[in-house]
Structure formats: C-alpha cells, structure tokens
Design a binder for this molecule. Structure first.
Ligand code: PSV
Ligand code: MN
Length: 401
C-alpha cells in the first residue's frame, strides 16, 4: 500500500479553490424553449416567446451561479434581423453570445442528406446555410461553429457509405475555408438517430479523421449522450486531448438514447472520471498557464418535465461539483501508486477524491464571491419563476419546431 498522509478536506479544498475561478459553462438557448419526445412537446408556463427572453433566462442562471457567462444559439431557431441589438441585449444582461449551431435536420430537401447528399444543389444549400452561420458568428463575435449532422441511412444498400464520406469531406472543406482566423469548426458525432442503420459521423474516430483533414481550427465536439451504453468516454477524452483535437463538450446525461437529461444526474462518477481526464490532459481552463483552455464546456440539454431555469442551475452546479472533486485527486500520490504497480492503492487515491463531499466548501466559496450559498434554494425563494410565469402570457412559446 502507498503511504499517504491525507490532508484535511478543508486544506485540500483551499488548495484547489483558485482553480475553480473562471470556470465557464455555456448554456444552450434551446434548453429554455419547450421540448419533448418524439411523442409530445410539452408547454410550460413562463417559457420564452423570443430569443431575447431565452437570453434573459440564461442570464438568470449565470446570476445565481456565476458559472454560465455565455449562451449558444441555434440557427434558424434564434434568428434575428438585428444581431448588433441582440449582442447588446445579451451584454446588458451580463452574458455573451457563444457557439453558433447549424441546423440541417429540419428541411425537406435534407431528407436523404445535406452535406453528404448526392445532389450538388442540395449540398450547396447546406453549405450556404453554414456560410450564413459564419456571418452570424462575425456579427455576434462567436468563436465556434458547431456542426451536428442528422445524416445517414436506414437500410443496408440504401447509400454508398464511402461516397457520402467523400462528399462530407469536400463540403466540410468548403465551409472550413470560410471561417475566420480566430474561429473554429467543431464536428459532433453520434452513433445513432435519426438514421438508424448508419450515420455519417458516428464516432470520435470519424469526426477526428474529418477534422484532422481540415486543419488546426477544426476540432471534435464530444456530446456525452452520443455513445453506446458502457462506452469508456473518459478514454476518448484522453485520446482527443492527446491528439490536440478535443474542442468542446456537449454535456448531458442519457439513460436509453439521446435524452439530453441533466448532466451528472445519471452517473456523477462518470462525470467525475471525464473531468479528471480533462484536467489531467490540460483541457481544464484555469489549470493552464495562459489562464484559459481551448476546450469549451457546453450543455446540450432540454427540460421536458422539470422547470427549465432550475434545470440549468442544477446542471452547472453538477459540473462545478464534479470539477472540484476531480481537482482534489492527489495526482502525485496517484502517479506514485501507478508506477509502483499498487493497483488498489491507486484506485483508493482516485476514489478518495470522488468520495469527498465538497458541497459545504463550495457553498462558502460562493458566498465569498457574493453568490448565493445554495443557488437552487435561492432561485426557488426569489419569486423569479412566478414572475416569469405571470408576465409571459400571450405570444407563442418557443420550441424546437
Ligand atoms: C441532436 O442529437 C442534438 O442534441 C445534437 O447533440 C446537437 O448538439 C443538438 O441536437 C443541437 O443541434
Ligand atoms: Mn449535442
């Protein structure tokens, strides 16, 4: 067994507290709109009727947590004719406009593919949509373009798998050529849905192969819900960081499919393991010498049956809590145990950090920064939910369709 002198939990927290400074988790605008399943989209009182109200809700999450300074937009769901005004609206509320998400999954022309379609006219239409997204990025000051493709096939023989991969490479290269020197293109993968036999970007390897061919500013987006059950996601995190291609996370939890539930709710230990690899691989912002990391932390979630603002507050708190626990891993002791071949000693060092209850320390940490010790309770007691429910009447509640 490795000999360890465990520091008191308090001292250990004090040592990692500065590393929690500046943690930023981007919220998806669509988390504040109505959503549901294939069977039903539920309406809920207080749901935004405009992109401005969505941004105000994201800003509320930031106000209660200090963790969510930016909001990702989805085009065309969040289109506006005045980006300067929208950017100013966000800034007035204390948040920035973040990642721009393209959408090639809600147009009849894309039924058989968009960037991979056999018809050059359809491919060009999808490429033009991405050009429009880049114009939006220029106006909002966004760094990242995120591409998730609903492309694939349902039946063996339906499509030329290789031809689609080649066309995808060509389309992506055309889009990549258009992004600015400070901008990035992120390609997200998903092994299932809505194409059930094959999808064109099913796994990190395919995403990596496609973005590696593009260049330095093309990166992989890892959505935690897009893996087969039992997949060792932290291994993928390690590998992508090792290859310098982990661009961003879409955090969420899944039970069966892409159900976009609250991150860390199903398996906090998995979130801890992922965050440990992020920190270990240099992907965690404040841990880097330059004070920020290139790995963007985003949520990709929807709240169908629970209240949306508290759903997002809970989510960012879960990420913060597991980040703190992952930072507590005594990496020197871990390395010593690993190198000594002390299997159970190394495991114990790892589990010791995971088992540390950091909630009281985090509450004190928040209070020191003028934030509520318990943001969930503070929101519930603030009356904000009742206020938006009674004031947001009339108009059309926003949703994904
Ligand atoms: C669909 O699976 C999806 O949830 C992807 O993960 C995208 O990131 C998101 O929609 C928004 O387009
Ligand atoms: Mn996603």
């Amino acid at each position: 067994m490795t000999q360890q002198t465990p520091a008191s939990p308090d001292n250990r927290f004090a040592a990692i507290a500065p590393l929690l400074e500046g943690q930023a988790i981007e919220l998806p605008s669509w988390a504040f709109g109505n959503s549901g399943t294939r069977f039903k989209v539920f309406g809920s009182p207080g749901t935004p009727r405009s992109v401005q109200e969505k941004i105000a809700d994201a800003a509320t999450v930031h106000r209660f947590t200090g963790l969510a300074p930016s909001v990702a937009l989805h085009i065309p769901w969040d289109l506006t004719d005045d980006w300067v005004a929208l950017r100013a609206h966000a800034e007035e509320h204390g948040v920035a406009l973040g990642t721009i998400n393209s959408n090639t999954f809600q147009d009849d022309d894309y039924k058989l593919g968009a960037l991979t379609h056999t018809d050059a006219k359809v491919r060009q239409k999808a490429i033009d949509h991405h050009f429009e997204c880049i114009d939006v990025m220029d106006a909002t000051g966004s760094r990242d373009l995120k591409i998730w493709l609903a492309e694939g096939s349902n039946y063996p023989g339906q499509a030329d798998l290789r031809g689609r991969q080649d066309r995808l490479a060509e389309s992506l290269a055309t889009i990549y050529d258009r992004i600015g020197a400070e901008q990035r293109l992120g390609l997200e993968y998903k092994f299932f849905e809505p194409a059930f036999y094959h999808t064109d970007v099913p796994d990190w390897g395919t995403s990596y192969a496609q973005v590696a061919a593009l260049g330095e500013r093309a990166v992989v987006c890892l959505d935690t819900g897009h893996h087969a059950p039992g997949t060792n996601i932290e291994f993928i995190v390690m590998q992508l960081l090792r290859l310098g291609k982990l661009g961003s996370f879409d955090f969420n939890s899944r039970f069966y499919a892409d159900d976009d539930l609250i991150v860390g709710s199903a398996d906090p230990f998995q979130l801890f393991r992922i965050l440990f690899e992020v920190i270990r691989g240099g992907g965690y912002g404040p841990a880097n010498p330059d004070g920020h990391s290139d790995v963007a932390f985003m949520l990709d979630q929807c709240h169908n049956i629970e209240e949306k603002i508290p759903g997002q507050i809970r989510s960012v708190l879960n990420v913060q809590e597991m980040t703190a626990r992952a930072l507590l891993v005594d990496r020197e002791a871990l390395r010593a145990a690993q190198e000594a071949g002390d299997v159970l000693g190394a495991h114990e060092v790892f589990m010791d950090a995971f088992s540390t209850d950091v909630r009281p320390d985090l509450a004190a940490w928040r209070e020191e920064r003028g934030l509520p010790a318990n943001p969930m309770r503070a929101y519930a007691e603030s009356g904000h939910q009742q206020q938006i429910e009674s004031s947001r009447v009339g108009g059309t509640q926003l949703s994904w369709n």
